[in-house]
Design a protein around this ligand. Structure first.
Ligand code: 3PG
Length: 204
């Protein structure tokens, strides 16, 4: 029996293109982001997976990415569960600021700590740990049981909500997750065993 979990970060957003901290702000996809989402859909289509159920966040860049992927896969009748627990990390006071301007103001190291450390939150926002504290209970409660029932579950979410999930699934340390980047529109495919442990991971 397949117990497959597919994670996809949304395609490039308007604010990714402008190099702005985004967090819970709600920009749409760029043309490139739309293409990335379609390509991700084509890739999954070529694998012939039968998707049982989809999850996404409450933010439109992830929702639109999922819709485009499903369209490419020719899937018209699908249950999509949208929940804010899968939202991007809240970037707090940094949201809307240019990432290079922030480095000029606070220095490269501080900005890197805010962006990639495990437990140092950006001012007024969530650390990766804070993000994990909402993403992982949601995953355990809602998503994992559906995967363990058998089949393929697709999750379209965000760079840091997915880093939180990848950290738990792959058993990465806070040092290891610091270096882990999640590319836009590139599916990560996990095969899980009956207790939810990762048997195999494939980045396509
Ligand atoms: O919210 C954002 O700005 C991006 O989606 C992810 O940002 P990061 O690469 O700075 O974590």
């Amino acid at each position: 029996m397949d117990r497959r979990l597919i994670l996809v970060r949304h395609g490039q957003s308007e604010w990714n293109l402008k190099n702005l901290f985004t967090g819970w702000k709600n920009p749409g996809l760029t043309d490139k982001g739309i293409e990335e989402a379609k390509e991700a859909g084509q890739l999954l289509k070529s694998r012939g997976y039968e998707i049982e159920l989809c999850y996404t966040s409450a933010l439109k860049r992830a929702q639109h990415t999922l819709d485009l992927m499903l369209e490419e896969m020719g899937i018209t009748n699908m249950t999509i569960i949208r929940h804010q627990d899968l939202n991007e990390r809240d970037y707090g006071d940094l949201a809307g600021l240019n990432k290079d301007d922030a480095r000029e103001k606070w220095g490269d190291e501080q900005v890197h700590i805010w962006r990639r450390s495990y437990d140092t939150p950006p001012p007024g926002g969530e650390s990766l740990k804070d993000t994990a504290d909402r993403v992982l209970p949601y995953y355990k409660r809602e998503i994992e049981p559906r995967v363990l029932d058998g089949g393929t579950i697709l999750v379209a979410a965000h760079g840091n909500s997915l880093r939180a999930l990848v950290m738990a699934l792959e058993g990465l340390s806070p040092e290891e997750i610091l270096k882990r980047e999640i590319a836009t529109g590139k599916p990560i495919i996990y095969d899980l065993n009956e207790s939810g442990k990762v048997l195999k991971v494939e980045n396509i």
